[in-house]
Design a protein. Structure first.
Length: 131
């Protein structure tokens, strides 16, 4: 697993989170609507902790596998929050929480894109030999 793959997965999660939060805000007055949230960071942390500290890269199928890394990162998931009710109509969207999540996610997305740009810039320097 390389940094670009990890950053791509995080960007995918951030994009899905933006869609889910926007949908929650749009349905904040819909009777019976249950807010959703994106779960990614905990899944990724669990995935990474299940790997051994060292994994070898196989360049030939005849090589022995070192470690247990499959190289496949987990995908973000959208889950429904069913345990709470914020309004009398059964809706559980907390608009203040959703707006805060939207701002936090925007900052996170910007940080990820800057890091990804940095990775590509480093690759470009390595290939061309100049910055």
């Amino acid at each position: 697993m390389n940094n670009i793959s990890l950053l791509q997965s995080a960007l995918d999660a951030s994009s899905l989170r933006q869609q889910v939060v926007s949908n929650n805000i749009a349905n904040s007055e819909t009777p019976g609507y249950k807010a959703k949230q994106v779960v990614f960071e905990d899944i990724l942390k669990q995935h990474l902790s299940n790997q051994k500290d060292f994994t070898g890269k196989r360049t030939d199928p005849r090589h022995f596998v070192i470690g247990n890394s499959t190289g496949i990162l987990p995908a973000p998931q959208s889950v429904e929050e069913t345990g709470t009710i914020m309004q009398n109509n059964g809706n559980n969207v907390d608009i203040d929480k959703e707006m805060t999540l939207m701002g936090k996610n925007a900052l996170w997305y910007d940080t990820l894109t800057q890091q990804l740009n940095s990775e590509f810039q480093q690759l470009s320097i390595a290939i061309t030999g100049r910055s």
